[in-house]
Write a protein of this length. Sequence first.
Length: 318
Amino acid sequence: MVIGMCFLHAQVMAAQVYGSEPVIPIPREHNQPADKVALGKKLFEDVRLSRDDKVACASCHQLQQGGDDGLKTSITNTGEADLINAPTVFNSRYNFRQTWRGKFRTLEQQAEGDLKNPRHGNVSWDYLLPKMKKIQAYQQLFNAVYPEGINRKNVLDAIATYERSLITPDSRFDLYLRGEIDAISNDEKQGYRLFKSHGCIACHQGINLGGNVFQKFGLFGNYFADRGNITRADYGRFNATENEMDRFVFRVPSLRNIEMTAPYLHDGTIKELDEVVEIMARYQLGSKLSEESQTLIVKFLKTLTGRYQGRLLSESLQ
């Protein structure tokens, strides 16, 4: 009877936390077909999907680096710096659009965009499909998974299916939301309260603490004028729509695993988490945080580091 009452109490506590908050925990299962995930992983990691075997999806989205590459901007297929900071691939299935400018609605569209991008894969389907069909291992794998074998739709489906498997549940904050009240400290709880009361939650909410809305960067100040050296990448969503209202507008990034995804912002100019919190408060909220508030919010953000295949992401960098 006591055990049953404790279980009921835990359920009630979980409902109280989870049901009353603007954030929900990541599911513990990705529910993607294992055979497609395995095939998609091979494609994701294979440089042969690019022209001249230069780069793979995994070149810029390294799971051991938090799902990005840890660089200010990624390296292109010519060995030069790319135009923008690579976002993490972890939990990308929960973003309502893909990439900083939000050009792609689905992971399939995003995968195709990178394959065709002259700085990345630099391939066409007329080039790529015959190349893949000459690889006997891929012929066997695709025929085992897809009745139609190797074609554009199936290549994109396999890659996107693998990416949908890249979730990081069971961060300490998710455990807290599920009712484990002591999963985060009092300082971290206070940081979360400040995160909400200062208005960060307006853009960073939902299952991904972001990734579900567009926002102009610089609501309470001109970040780009202050930083200087404006580039086309700074125009954000304007590059996809050519709508003047979209200039300097970006898809709000997810804060999941943010401790692991430095450097920050679309331009990759900020290396430290406390500094990016200060910048976002200044330019997006019009606030100057006290040192204590900033420290507490950073403590909260560090509770968002989740687990991939049962292992805490931060352990992979140690």
